[in-house]
Ligand binder design. Structure first.
Ligand SMILES: Nc1ncnc2c1ncn2[C@@H]1O[C@H](COP(=O)(O)OP(=O)(O)OP(=O)(O)O)[C@@H](O)[C@H]1O
Ligand SMILES: [Mg+2]
Length: 256
């Protein structure tokens, strides 16, 4: 199962990704959570301590590794477009609560046509995870798909757009859906987070086709408390777990 999570800033992507990853791990599945957000914080939401996280260097910052695999260095601007990466997830992931965390990091793209060695490596790692890994893979991404290409998205089973009950969020879903069609992604569905009222639910239902709606997560002060205390929401909120469990069941049903 390969699940990628996207959405606008601050909507709850990381909260959802971490909780889902912990759930699969508790089922005894082998889970790899990949943080592809430049402002990486999936580890905290999974329950890693700050000390553990301080020790993690994002793959994009591992200069020697990138040089060794791509053949690029400050003198050599010609490099391999197909670096070997299959050993990287297991070698560089750190485990906590049964979830392997791989922090990919990001690179300055400087325009959409960027082909720098770090970027090539990261895309190659993501496509390896999506197409060849035996793990359940949960990918926490920054908003937008522009940095992805067919190679990175074609193995994804489920593309989840986390939204809030608002017009701008709905617009993001539409943009992602359009881009995903171009990228050949099989399935794009929505999780509506921070829902406060029946009006919010009705609004979402009026904007998102029923077949694309995975479910609702309500606004939940326990989630905020967990974040403030540097804890995983999974260890903090039974209500969140229950809501995400029914979303997970839908994901499992259509991908089995
Ligand atoms: N259901 C919820 N109820 C209340 N607060 C929530 C809920 N879900 C997430 N939050 C809070 O919203 C904030 C953003 O959540 P999170 O970091 O998961 O979003 P994100 O989409 O990953 O953000 P970013 O774009 O910065 O990566 C956090 O403070 C989190 O605790
Ligand atoms: Mg995030």
């Amino acid at each position: 199962m390969k699940i990628a999570i996207t959405g606008k800033g601050g909507v709850g992507k990381t909260t959802f990704a971490a909780t889902l990853a912990r759930m699969y791990a508790d089922e005894g599945r082998s889970v790899l959570a990949a943080d592809a957000d430049p402002d990486a914080n999936l580890g905290l939401a999974l329950g890693f301590s700050e000390e553990e996280l301080d020790e993690i260097i994002p793959i994009s910052k591992m200069r020697k590794l990138v040089e060794e695999r791509t053949g690029a260095d400050e003198f050599n601007k010609i490099f391999r477009m197909n670096p070997k990466v299959d050993d990287i997830p297991d070698k560089y992931a750190k485990v906590c609560h049964g979830v392997k965390l791989l922090v990919l990091g990001t690179v300055e793209t400087g325009g959409s046509g960027c082909v720098c060695p770090e970027h090539v490596m990261l895309k190659r790692i993501i496509s390896h995870l999506m197409l060849r890994s035996n793990d359940v893979v949960v990918l926490d991404m920054e908003a937008g798909l522009e940095h992805l290409g067919r190679g990175t998205t074609s193995g994804m089973d489920e593309f989840v757009v986390v939204i809030e009950p608002g017009a701008r969020s709905v617009q993001t879903y539409k943009n992602v859906k359009r881009l995903a069609n171009d990228l050949g992604v099989k399935q794009v569905r929505v999780v509506a987070n921070k829902v406060r009222s029946e009006d919010d639910e009705a609004y979402i239902r009026s904007k998102i086709p029923a077949e694309d709606l995975l479910g609702f997560i309500h606004y939940n002060s326990e989630v905020i408390d967990a974040d403030r205390q540097g804890q995983s929401p999974y260890d903090f909120s039974q209500k969140l777990i229950e809501e995400i469990r029914s979303i997970k069941e839908k994901i499992d049903q259509s991908n089995n």
